[in-house]
Design a protein around this ligand. Structure first.
Ligand code: ADP
Ligand code: MG
Length: 692
């Protein structure tokens, strides 16, 4: 195996390769495009395309694709080969600047939420030069944005890039007030990814895992995660081999895979990369999920990225570690050492506090999916209530600001918000409050609500834009102030006082928290259908329009897509559930009952009592009767779907279809527990979770 530094990024057309392969002026002009977003000259684009193609072909590529992130949540690609016929009947490998910059995939089969009529099927993809092209499976992949022909966005990347511009523009304004000459501010993200790894053979025998990504049936095993012997435990050799292979593939693609360990649940693992610029982190996380799945296949595993593959066992999340930093290398969420840098830190902190409070609904929506509904609010993941944890040290500072007698700023001529110095906040990765959805961890915030399969773009679009809005308001106010120091002090004090309700340092899993949260007026949106109507609240439409991130029609289309996705997921789950009951579970129960009955009658003929069998048969028969009726009820619930709009349908799935599935599951799980092992038609939780 190559050494890691040689391996790292060897499949990426990164800056080092660009520098080596491009004429100096072309390199310079491309670098400028990457850093400032100015359009690339078509002549330059041709030279870049040709160099990219030569490099890719040298590295074994035969095809290229525009790689994009449509609203399906996964990535899409359509492969074209580089070949072009030459006059002598042979082929040459060709790739033009035009092909690099723009693609025209047929967009009709991607969700558009009513934005694009099918007769206008064309969409186009546009190169994102800030994210490096890479080679995957002999194909040169060019990261792109995806729009309809009329310019409406159809993907997750474009609004993310727009939200990054929005926060940059406003943060630069604020920093100017502190005398800082900064050109660009970027948000950074390090997404920690949880997943399950199970044996492929078990996976193949479970239609629920294959079709829905989670188990729809399965009684709790005698042993679960209660011994906590898996967390950070030593890694199974088979899994170790998988992880080594995974790391190699990720490193080749320039993905900074850093930490891996076992998680709390049996078979659950986590992978954390080193953080990077948000759009790159989002691209890399999408790639990471794909490579997790593929590498698992190679090693005889199935990788489950579902938020809750097993009931009664912890689900999987994706922690979105988020911060803001300048092009001069300053992390704006790092508390300062001097009163002046403290003042700046407190202003940015205040912006985040205000943003999380005012846009709780958007943060909740950004993680709302049918799968994640199983996690949020269960005793393992943060509750569905958005709140913020800033730690005892910062809380004390904030309390002093709001409640203390306003201390006069020291007469040093330095900027000072008038609180005692911010104590050194330890950067503790042991998660001091694991129950908080949005926790300050020393120099960044960790948003813990996202589910494991989520595309992190949406979360960061919400965060970036909401914080951009608060920074805009702050800049408006402070730019006009006669005495900047005094205006800053009063702004921070006023806003923290107004939004302090979002700060909660207690136990987010506690039974009393929902009541307390209600008293504070915080939202508690328990399910996806309950959360999604807030998407198009007037304040949210205004927010995104003001910062040029989404138009109103784009927002409405996204809301509709999310509702449809919820309905489709539940529809598939209900049908799978019904199918498994009719084809596997009920027939298995019938055979067991038949064998019992035959055994009983044979014993009786010989004059032997058959009390155990008789009681078992009675129990099984009664469960089967109940289950048969419950299967019918699932079918009935699906058939009675109301016809009016996606919101009503989503609520119907939540209120009527889920309870029907839950009821049948309860009976089926009870049946599993009282049936002979050889009769049960699929691997049990014990079989799946405790393989060797
Ligand atoms: P540490 O950074 O000390 O390892 P954690 O283990 O809590 O702390 O880090 C978890 C994740 O947070 C990692 O993916 C890490 O790269 C990321 N992270 C660290 N600093 C930042 C930052 N400034 N912005 C975004 N993510 C960050
Ligand atoms: Mg963490």
């Amino acid at each position: 195996m190559k050494k890691v530094p040689e391996l790292f990024g060897c499949k990426v057309f990164n800056e080092a390769v660009m520098k080596e392969r491009l004429p100096k002026d072309v390199f310079k002009s491309l670098k400028k495009t990457r850093e400032t977003g100015v359009a690339l000259d078509p002549i330059v684009a041709n030279i870049v395309a040709s160099a990219m193609k030569d490099w890719a072909v040298n590295n074994g590529a035969t095809h290229y694709t525009h790689w994009f992130q449509p609203m399906t949540g996964i990535t899409a690609e359509k492969h074209d080969s580089f070949i072009a016929p030459s006059a002598d009947g042979r082929v040459i490998m060709e790739f033009s600047g035009k092909e690099l910059i723009k693609g025209e995939p047929d967009a009709s089969s991607f969700p558009s939420g009513g934005l694009r009529a099918t007769f206008e099927a064309r969409g186009y993809t546009a190169w994102d030069p800030t994210s490096d092209a890479f080679i995957k499976d002999n194909t040169l992949c060019i990261p792109t944005a995806f729009c309809s022909y009329t310019g409406e966005i159809l993907d997750k990347k474009t609004p993310l890039l727009r939200s990054m511009d929005a926060i940059s523009n406003q943060a630069v304004r604020v920093l100017k007030l502190f005398g800082k000459d900064v050109q660009r501010v970027t948000t950074t993200v390090g997404p920690e990814q949880e997943y399950f790894l199970i044996d492929k053979a078990d996976y193949a025998k479970r239609p629920d895992l294959i079709l829905t990504g989670r188990t729809l049936f399965g009684a709790r095993p005698p042993k679960g995660q209660e011994l906590e012997d898996h967390y950070f435990g030593s890694i199974r050799p088979r899994v170790k081999a998988f992880m080594e292979d995974l790391n190699t593939s990720l490193w080749e693609l320039g993905i900074y895979a850093k930490t891996e360990h076992n998680e709390v649940a049996p078979c659950q693992h986590e992978l954390a990369p080193i953080f990077s610029t948000t759009n790159i982190a989002a691209d890399h996380n999408q790639l990471t999920m794909e490579i997790l799945r593929k590498t698992a296949e190679k090693h005889g595993f199935a990788c489950l990225l579902h938020e809750k593959p097993f009931e009664g066992v912890n689900g999987s999340g994706k922690h979105n570690n988020w911060s803001i930093s300048t092009d001069t290398g300053e992390n704006l969420l790092e508390p300062g050492k001097t009163p002046a840098s403290n003042a700046q830190f407190l202003l940015f902190l205040t912006a985040v506090i205000k943003a999380v409070d005012e846009y709780q609904d958007l943060l909740r929506i950004s993680v709302a999916t049918a799968g994640n509904d199983h996690r949020l609010g269960a005793n393992e993941a943060p509750p569905a209530i958005v709140s913020m944890y800033i730690g005892d040290e910062l809380q004390a500072v904030v309390d002093e600001l709001v409640e203390g007698t306003p201390r006069q700023a020291a007469q040093t001529g330095e900027l000072d918000v008038g609180v005692n110095a911010i104590p050194n906040i330890p950067k503790d990765n042991s998660d001091r409050n694991r129950t908080s959805p949005f926790a300050f961890t020393g120099n960044k915030f960790e948003f813990r609500m996202p589910g494991s399969s989520l595309n992190i773009s949406c979360v960061n679009i919400m965060l970036n834009t909401a914080v951009a809005e608060e920074l805009r308001l702050f800049a408006d106010e402070l730019e006009g102030a006669d005495d900047f120091g005094a205006a800053l002090r009063s702004l921070v004090r006023r806003e923290i006082k107004a939004h302090r309700r979002i700060l909660f340092n207690g136990n987010g899993y506690g039974a009393d928290w929902p009541q307390e949260a209600e008293k504070r007026g915080l939202l508690n949106l328990r399910s996806t259908p309950e959360a999604l109507p807030y998407y198009t609240a007037q304040k949210n439409l205004e927010l995104f329009a003001r910062h040029g991130v989404y138009t109103e029609s784009e927002m409405r289309s996204r809301q509709e897509i999310a509702l449809e996705e919820y309905c489709k997921t539940l529809h598939i789950e209900a049908l799978t559930s019904l199918d498994m009951l009719q084809k596997l579970i009920l027939p298995a129960g019938f055979s067991y009952a038949k064998d019992l009955a035959e055994g009983i009658s044979m014993k009786k003929q010989l004059g032997v009592q058959a009390q155990a069998e008789t009681e078992s048969l009675q129990k099984v028969s009664s469960l089967l009767d109940t289950l048969y009726a419950q299967a019918g009820a699932i079918g009935g619930a699906v058939d009675a779907l109301p016809e009016e709009g996606p919101q009503a349908q989503a609520s119907y799935y939540h209120d009527s279809v889920i309870p029907a599935m839950d009821a049948a599951r309860k009976t089926a799980d009870a049946l599993e527990l009282c049936m002979g092992k050889k009769y049960w038609p699929m691997p049990s939780y014990s079989d799946i979770l405790f393989y060797v």
